[in-house]
Design a protein around this ligand. Structure first.
Ligand code: NDP
Length: 236
């Protein structure tokens, strides 16, 4: 049990983030859920917080600090896609994805890190994607944002490893959530053939990796990129 820890999970109103928040809460942590819409899990402190807005991030952390205590576990999970081939991509598609997936993670981690340094303990996990390393046609913005999380994480791992704070990245493959529900049957069949495990992942597959990374057992594991992709990204 990790019942003395406070965790913040961004993008926890649904999908992978909601499952991570629920699981961390089940380990005994006090967990805050951030999303542009309000989360519905009554076990969590649900806060409306758009991670692209630094003022909202600051206010949400202040609320967490006063209602739950100081967060020392951060799961930067909020993410969106705006897929288009480059000739059709506009500046808004580019900026919205980078602002949410990369700058949003930076905002949240920066707001949290000072307190972690004071406590000389922390766990930072960013949810990237298999496409950060493999690339993906139509996802230049998304893949750039997700690759950015890896560079940021490895830099922070070097800054923070000596202070008891670990920083890691999880790179899921195709996971059954609203984000992949938009795929039609032909696409699903095509993608399934690219996955050695022969199936899409579940949110439970991702939460299991995150639960380990935030545990005491993972204190010597930092700067790692952990694939949860059924073998899809091997070789990258
Ligand atoms: P969903 O679309 O189901 O959920 C995304 C979550 O992010 C929602 O809770 C959404 O909540 C939140 N969110 C979006 N924008 C913001 C914002 N500006 N501020 C705060 N919260 C925000 O996606 P998944 O659960 O599938 O994805 C979760 C993460 O996993 C993402 O980073 C995604 O890129 C990554 N991932 C997913 C894969 C998959 O196959 N599903 C594969 C690889 C990576 P709200 O709408 O309330 O803001």
């Amino acid at each position: 049990m990790m019942d003395n820890r406070v965790a913040v999970v961004t993008g926890a109103s649904k999908g992978i983030g909601a499952a991570i928040a629920e699981q961390l809460s089940a380990t005994g942590m006090r967990v805050a859920s951030f999303g542009r819409t309000m989360g519905e899990n009554s076990q969590l402190l649900n806060i409306v917080c758009d991670v692209t807005d630094a003022a909202q991030v600051h206010a949400a952390f202040t609320q967490v600090e006063s209602e739950l205590g100081t967060p020392t576990v951060i799961i930067a999970n909020a993410g969106i896609t705006r897929d288009r081939l480059l000739p059709h991509m506009n500046d808004a598609d580019w900026h919205q994805v980078i602002d949410t997936n990369l700058t949003g993670a930076y905002q949240v981690i920066r707001r949290a890190v000072r307190a972690m340094l004071q406590q000389r303990w922390g766990r930072i996990v960013s949810i990237s994607s298999v496409v950060a390393l493999s690339g993906s046609a139509g996802q230049a913005n998304y893949a750039a944002s997700k690759a950015g999380l890896i560079g940021m994480t490895r830099s922070l791992a070097k800054e923070l490893a000596g202070k008891g704070i670990t920083c890691n990245v999880v790179t899921p493959g195709f996971i059954e959530t609203a984000m992949t529900a938009v795929l039609d049957d032909a696409m699903r069949t095509k993608y399934r053939k690219m996955i050695p495990a022969g199936r899409f992942g579940t949110v439970a597959d991702v939460t299991a990796a995150v639960r380990f990374l935030v545990s005491e057992d993972a204190s010597y594991l930092t700067g790692a990129v952990i694939p949860v992709d059924g073998g899809m990204g091997m070789g990258h």
